[in-house]
Design a protein around this ligand. Structure first.
Ligand code: CUA
Length: 129
């Protein structure tokens, strides 16, 4: 679950797309229904926690790996210098569904991000063509 606390608390859940529902060009066990849209060329700070057990929010291409721990708020930051999709997966053995909690960031130009956050809706790159 994600919350954009600097932007009127836009919030949504992001679940893996099940294998039997994924499109032919989708990435099995990696694609999600709602991507995290973020502005490129902007310093991003994230706060990570958990509601049940310890997870690890990880995006290898960004060099980010931060534990989500119940009762704690962990903080990290990163900077994405290009548009595109950045994939990650939970990286702490957390239970039966550990293999099925991928992470997808959609990095977009700042003006697109403003438009997206203003619409308060979820989107994919296709919507910006
Ligand atoms: Cu959550 Cu592994």
């Amino acid at each position: 679950s994600y919350e954009y606390s600097d932007f009127n608390n836009v919030e949504f859940d992001s679940y893996m797309i099940p294998t039997n529902e994924i499109s032919t060009d989708g990435f099995r066990l990696l694609d999600v229904d709602n991507r995290i849209v973020l502005p490129m060329n902007s310093q991003i700070r994230i706060l990570v926690t958990a509601a049940d057990v310890i997870h690890s929010w990880t995006i290898p291409a960004l060099g980010v790996k931060v534990d989500g721990t119940p009762g704690r708020l962990n903080q990290t930051n990163f900077f994405i210098n290009r548009p595109g999709l950045f994939y990650g997966q939970c990286s702490e053995i957390c239970g039966a569904n550990h293999s099925f909690m991928p992470i997808v960031i959609e990095s977009v130009p700042v003006n697109y991000f403003i438009k997206w956050i203003s619409n308060n809706v979820n989107s994919s790159l296709d919507d910006w063509k």
